[in-house]
Design a protein around this ligand. Structure first.
Ligand SMILES: Nc1ncnc2c1ncn2[C@@H]1O[C@H](COP(=O)(O)OP(=O)(O)OP(=O)(O)O)[C@@H](O)[C@H]1O
Length: 288
């Protein structure tokens, strides 16, 4: 199946921070979540993909094409939601739309007004008077209104209330029903990803530590819980991290190692959440 987005060995060095050998790919018909702690390099990676930051080395391919060849045309096929205000603050939503829409050959007013109505965004108010969440809804409507095949969003759910977050996730699932599209978005809200993401790419300190199917990632690790007396037994099985709790201990382990302990009556194996995987991998400094 065709990769809609592909990063191969991408490097970008800033003073004090570097993206190192970043590689991952996303196929048509799927949603990929992009996670990592603050400052891990998510926005920088997204800016590299959008050619807003120039990479030092490596290759980024969009729709199978190297983006350096034809970024202007390729951007027509991308719906982009940025993590900063990009619209004209002193203009209304309607006027902002009129400025941006002509840049897109496939702009579709019907789709735009449908989303605006669905998201209940007032178009007659100046952007600067809108709440953060309402601005985000406007940005989403804009990104979804030119028949983009790839939707890229930098923390689109930040600032959104839980009710609209759920609605947004439903919209995303709806968008990829059309299997020729794909969605790539960064977020800190890992529970959202457990609901919608087929794949997760996880970045720590500029390096990709995992890029795989969400279910595979969730299966790859295990939480082993037990009383204090069982701690030595678990320590010999080389946990990635171990923490004492009021009831005993909790060990974060490779799934394969943990399953060897499954028959021990005093131990309990649990599937960690994405948030727990992220927490323990960051805490233990696990890097590729
Ligand atoms: N233009 C730049 N010049 C120098 N350093 C930069 C530049 N852009 C980003 N950085 C640095 O790159 C690092 C990664 O930042 P980035 O915004 O990509 O992280 P992030 O994973 O998106 O974080 P957050 O979750 O907090 O949004 C940070 O240390 C940041 O200061």
């Amino acid at each position: 199946m065709e990769n809609i987005l592909e990063l191969n060995h991408v490097n970008k060095k800033f003073k004090g921070f570097a993206l190192e050998d970043v590689s991952f790919s996303l196929k048509k018909g799927f949603i990929m979540g992009f996670i990592g702690p603050n400052g891990a390099g998510k926005s920088t990676t997204i800016r590299c993909i959008m050619d807003l930051v120039h990479i030092d080395s490596g290759d980024i391919r969009l729709f199978g094409e190297s983006f350096h060849n034809n970024m202007k045309a390729l951007k027509q096929r991308i719906g982009f939601v940025y993590d900063q205000d990009v619209f004209f603050d002193d203009l209304t939503g309607e006027k902002n739309k009129r400025v941006v829409a002509p840049f897109y050959e496939q702009w579709d007013d019907d789709v735009f007004y449908r989303y605006i109505k669905e998201f209940a965004v007032p178009l007659n108010k100046k952007m600067k008077t809108l709440s953060k969440g309402t601005k985000m809804k406007f940005a989403l409507a804009m990104a979804l209104s030119h028949h983009a095949e790839l939707i890229i969003m930098d923390e689109p759910t930040s600032g959104l209330d839980p009710v609209f977050r759920k609605e947004l996730l439903d919209v995303l699932l709806d968008v990829i029903q059309d299997e020729s599209k794909a969605i790539f978005f960064s977020t800190h809200i890992t529970t959202d990803l457990e609901k919608v993401a087929d794949y997760i790419t996880f970045i720590i300190d500029g390096k990709v530590v995992a890029s795989e199917e969400t279910d595979e990632l969730l299966e790859a690790y295990s939480l082993v819980k037990g009383p204090k007396s069982a701690e030595p037994q678990v320590k010999t099985a080389r946990p990635i991290a171990l923490k004492e709790t009021s009831l005993g201990f909790e060990a974060f382990m490779e799934g394969s190692e943990a399953r060897l302990l499954a028959s021990k009556p005093n131990l309990r194996l649990e599937r960690p959440s994405l948030e727990e995987i992220m927490y323990y991998m960051v805490k233990s400094g696990k890097k590729n």
